[in-house]
Ligand binder design. Structure first.
Ligand code: PGA
Length: 249
């Protein structure tokens, strides 16, 4: 994984009540492995509590979406500044469930990324092709276009992590072959070399997400240019999440 520090984030999606403190306690009792940066992105209701539960732990807290504006008449939305105020240091943006279920397009996502930076949050920007796009031979073209359109100028290794998440691999138990993941991550890295300044392009972490489990994490994280993972279902239980974190360390 070159000199880039591995990064593993848990995306809890719309799961988790305050009783989830038990899983967090189990994780902390076991001990979070060194050598890897770890984050949990719980539902918005738990961002504040999670930040308190993890106050003394080497685990960051993130949101799963934010609005582009800092405040205003946007019922049901959350500003990046509010996430930061609640204790978050990062936010997932452009997840395919947001793109599909909420009609978010790349231009809107780019505004959200800029909003995250404005609030000093690191953006975890998600990109990924659908199965139809992959079958049509358009996977790399789709993903690099999403990068061009949803990553604003000014991305650095500090303010941004990019997650490649093939839509058809999310929550399905199916994953691309290791060769397909390697091909995509190489393509993203060389695309970024054109889009960003060279230092940023080489240093930004490119993580993989979509049906990562304890059983497949090590082989995926061993791929060149895969700098960790964005973990959905398997991040909800300490017994699954910890071995995945270990596999990245
Ligand atoms: P999954 O989800 O690990 O449950 O496939 C990943 C994600 O959507 O970030």
């Amino acid at each position: 994984m070159a000199a880039r520090r591995p990064f593993v984030a848990g995306n809890w999606k719309m799961n988790g009540l305050r009783s989830a403190v038990a899983e967090v306690d189990a994780m902390l009792a076991e001990g979070v492995p060194d050598g890897v940066e770890v984050a949990i992105c719980p539902p918005a209701t738990l961002v504040g509590p999670m930040a308190a539960w993890l106050a003394d732990a080497p685990v960051e807290v993130g949101g799963q979406d934010c609005h582009a504006a800092a405040s205003g008449a946007h019922t049901g939305d959350i500003a990046a500044e509010m996430l930061a105020d609640a204790g978050a240091s990062l936010v997932i943006l452009g997840h395919s469930e947001r793109r599909q279920n909420h009609g978010e397009g790349s231009a809107e996502i780019a505004e959200k990324v800029a909003a995250a930076w404005r609030a000093d949050l690191r953006a975890i920007l998600c990109v990924g092709e659908t199965e139809v796009e992959r079958d049509a031979g358009q996977a790399v073209g789709t993903v690099t276009l999403q990068l061009s359109q949803s990553l604003p100028a000014g991305a650095t290794a500090v303010n941004t992590v990019i997650a490649y998440e093939p839509v058809w691999a999310i929550g399905t138990g199916r994953t691309p072959t290791l060769a397909e993941i390697a091909e995509m991550h190489q393509a993203m890295r060389s695309h970024l070399a054109d889009q960003l300044d060279p230092a940023a392009a080489g240093a930004i972490r490119l993580i993989y997400g979509g049906s990562v489990k304890p059983a497949n994490a090590a082989e995926i994280f061993a791929i060149d240019d895969v700098d960790g993972g964005l973990i959905g279902g398997a991040s909800l239980r300490a017994a699954d999440f910890l071995p995945i974190i270990k596999a990245a360390s």
